[in-house]
Design a protein around this ligand. Structure first.
Ligand code: ZN
Length: 386
């Protein structure tokens, strides 16, 4: 048996590595199984949209696969987008899972890669090799989801996609184990990409039967564009593999809000930032004040955590002041560990502070169209408090 991984055949202007892989498998005429689509570390240099790589187990001997792939390499390079650095990696055995975890959680340099199985690499540059090996190494035993990716007819690529929104809405109801089909906030479908790539739509879900049945139902209807092919992938999407556990910290500064709405502040566990696109996460961050105890999930990048989920566990008092004395004067501090004292009549206060109490705020996340492919929606996974 052999494993084949592929990455970096597309660019921001077009193409799609998953479509290329399907065409490649068709050209090989090989039987295969466990085809997978994995998303990797979002901050990687040279990443393309969504930073996805693909792989499958080929049901043929390593040497046979190698000969067949030799014949396909030129075709693959010609069909890859300009500026991409395509890589095909063929291994005799599935690679060590650590290759995947490194590639989803941090920056990996291709010079650090240790491929222990018998292998062959075809590549134009280095960046594709990391994704191709990570896709082979992924197991997904702890968690995985499914995506049924549907490809357009050649003549339609670049044109507006014909997908009836009402149907997508109906499909969402009929197949409850599919997810991220629609953005209820904007009443708009999320299954179709916005770029000029060969993908017509992708249906994501918890279970292979549902993503298959959902598309079969959809395509039985006239209001959906005819497709050239489809492929069901096992994926690491919506699994949170890129994130370690939640971090709990005390807010130490007021938020710094920039003109476009990006906001950041300092906590006892480091700086955090939420971009305007973060929706509720950004709004909650802007409400925080020093003393609030919060918990978040996010990726650390260049010393700052980029928030993907946020909750306010223990709010501090808002508009905090010293209490008013019975005589009408406001109490004042009378030294460390001493109760406040009235400067007029000398009465000691029982309360240290008065102010507006607010309720804790449970986990919030960015709107569906602004989440990473890797991010687990709250409807799927509630984070454990750090
Ligand atoms: Zn008084």
């Amino acid at each position: 048996m052999a494993w084949l991984g592929l990455d970096d055949t597309d660019s921001l202007d077009g193409g799609c590595t998953t479509e290329m892989f399907l065409r490649l498998l068709q050209r090989l005429g090989a039987k295969y199984r466990d085809q997978r689509l994995v998303r990797l570390w979002p901050f990687a240099a040279n990443r393309t949209r969504g930073n996805a790589a693909v792989a499958a187990e080929l049901l043929m001997a390593f040497e046979d696969a190698r000969e067949l792939l030799d014949e396909q390499w030129e075709w693959l390079c010609q069909r890859s987008e300009e500026g991409s650095e395509p890589a095909m990696v063929l291994t005799e055995n599935q690679l060590d899972e650590s290759l995947y975890w490194n590639a989803v959680r941090k920056n990996v340099d291709s010079s650090e890669l240790m491929i222990t199985s018998k292998h062959h690499i075809w590549s134009n540059g280095h960046s594709g090799i990391i994704g191709a090996t990570a896709a082979i190494a992924w197991r997904g035993d702890h968690d995985h989801t499914w995506e049924n990716t549907v490809y357009r007819l050649e003549k339609n690529i670049g044109k507006r996609r014909v997908i009836d929104e009402e149907l997508v809405s109906k499909m969402d109801e009929l197949f409850p184990l599919t997810f991220l089909n629609r953005d209820p906030r904007k009443n708009k479908g999320l299954i179709a990409p916005r770029s000029p790539c060969p993908v017509l739509l992708g249906i994501r879900g918890e279970n292979i039967d549902q993503v298959e049945a959902a598309y079969e139902w959809l395509r039985s209807n006239e209001a959906i564009e005819k497709a050239s092919a489809n492929m069901i992938w096992r994926t690491n999407q919506a699994c949170d593999d890129h994130l370690e556990s939640a971090i709990t910290a005390t807010v130490q500064s007021y938020p710094d809000i920039r003109n476009r709405g990006h906001s950041s502040l300092v906590t006892s566990e480091g700086s955090i930032v939420a971009f305007a696109e973060g929706g509720k996460v950004n709004k909650l961050l802007q409400k925080l004040i020093p003393g609030d105890v919060i918990s978040w999930m996010g990726l650390e990048y260049e010393g700052t955590y980029h928030l993907e989920r946020l909750c306010l566990i223990e709010p501090s008092l808002r508009s905090k002041q010293r209490p008013i004395c019975n005589c009408g004067k406001r109490m004042k501090s009378s030294g460390k560990n001493q109760p406040p004292r009235c400067p007029s009549c000398g009465t000691l206060s029982e309360l240290n502070w008065v102010g507006e109490e607010i309720e804790p705020i449970s986990w919030v996340e960015p709107p569906p169209d602004r989440r990473r492919h890797l991010a687990a929606p709250l409807q799927r996974k509630i984070p454990d408090l750090g």
